[in-house]
Design a protein around this ligand. Structure first.
Ligand code: TYM
Length: 342
């Protein structure tokens, strides 16, 4: 039985444009959780994670404000959710180091995302890219967060977070010091796929911009990308079972269902038997109607970066106030006399 009060933490990297995958896989859920009064919510722009790969400083600063703008434009209210950037609260870096000493090499060696990101250049990857999941564990556990809304690709990192929490609790004989945080993954939108290849995840790092919808794409570009999305020659099936082995069709139907807030079964009841020629224009209209206003609002917010900075500063202060007493207990538990910045 956990004694920890319900607290949500999640984050996104400021490494280029956010995509429809980030939006449907995570951001929609961030916003939905605002209606759950039992939770306290922290939503972070994880700029320290971004520097695990090379970033141009001015672009990083801009992307950090842009992710904050996306949060707000999608419906996060800075009064009801704590919105801040990671580097502003030193608890993340401090606890990140401590967890680097708790996690085992073998655990990190198993992380599939490092293998994907480092590719053939493992020897040349930063040490930070390798130890990245320990910082992610620190993000979550610095607040003793109990629930973490994410897409499917973060599941393994969440398992590592739980392993770190359990090992700390056990090694220092402090049962239940950290909660074992639960991932909140929405099954229908856990993995939004590329528009060019239904077997690959939609990603901001895909070399082809046509593979993704960016939240900042304008209406014409969104419609063009949907029109050109890869499909197969068959008409749409009338039942979800008929989508098996048809990854592109499954992805586009899933996007339609998520954006319109209805089930895949209902979408197929309407479009089953029709070709993509009929379905794609409806999907394009729906995507434009839902996503283009978010991009417009992001652009409007980016015109007054001072206001975004004020939100981030206020959020960081509130976040730091939550983390400070927890960090104090952590230093004491480890025997680090007077440890910590505050
Ligand atoms: P990041 O920045 O890659 O992605 C942010 C969130 O978007 C989700 N996502 C997707 N969901 C469905 N389909 C897709 N195609 C898709 N692409 C991205 C991701 O699963 C994620 O939820 N390590 C994290 C950031 C992080 C974090 C944390 C998250 C750092 N600390 C603490 C939660 C808690 C990352 O790189 O996400």
């Amino acid at each position: 039985m956990t004694t920890h009060s319900p607290r949500v933490f999640s984050g996104m990297q400021p490494t280029g444009n956010l995509t429809l995958g980030n939006y449907l896989g995570a951001l929609v859920n961030f916003v939905a959780l605002q209606e759950r009064e039992e939770f306290e919510r922290l939503y972070c722009v994880v700029d320290l994670h971004a520097i695990t790969t090379a970033q141009e400083p001015a672009a990083l600063a801009r992307a950090t404000r842009e992710v904050a703008a996306a949060y707000i434009a999608s419906g996060l209210d800075p009064k009801r959710s704590i919105i801040f950037n990671q580097s502003r609260v030193s608890a993340h870096a401090e606890l990140g180091w401590i967890f680097t000493c708790v996690a085992r090499m073998g655990w990190l060696n198993r992380m599939t995302q490092f293998k994907e990101k480092a590719g053939k250049h493992k020897e040349n990857a930063s040490v930070g890219l390798f130890s990245y999941p320990t910082l992610m564990a620190a993000d979550i556990l610095a607040y003793r967060a109990t629930h973490v809304p994410v897409g499917e690709d973060q599941k393994q990192h969440l398992e590592l977070t739980r392993d770190i929490a359990a090992k700390f609790n056990n090694d220092f004989n402090v049962p239940d010091f950290f909660p074992l945080p639960e991932p909140l993954i929405q099954p229908d939108t856990a993995r939004i796929m590329s528009l060019r290849d239904g077997k690959n995840k939609m990603s901001k790092s895909d070399p082809s911009d046509m593979s993704r919808i960016n939240l900042t794409d304008d209406a014409d570009l969104i419609a063009q990308k949907i029109r050109k999305a890869k499909t197969d020659p068959e008409p749409l099936p009338s039942e979800p079972d008929g989508l098996a082995e048809r990854p592109e069709a499954q992805n586009l139907i899933g996007i339609f269902a998520a954006l319109s807030g209805v089930s895949v079964t209902e979408v197929l009841a309407e479009y089953g038997g029709q070709g993509f020629g009929a379905f794609k224009p409806a999907l394009a209209d729906l995507t434009v109607a839902k996503i283009a206003p978010i991009g417009d609002e992001m652009r409007r917010l980016m015109e007054t970066p001072d206001e975004i900075d004020a939100v981030l500063a206020d959020g960081a202060e509130r976040a730091a106030a939550l983390a400070r007493p927890i960090l104090r207990e952590i230093y004491d538990t480890l025997g680090l006399i007077g440890g910590g910045s505050a």
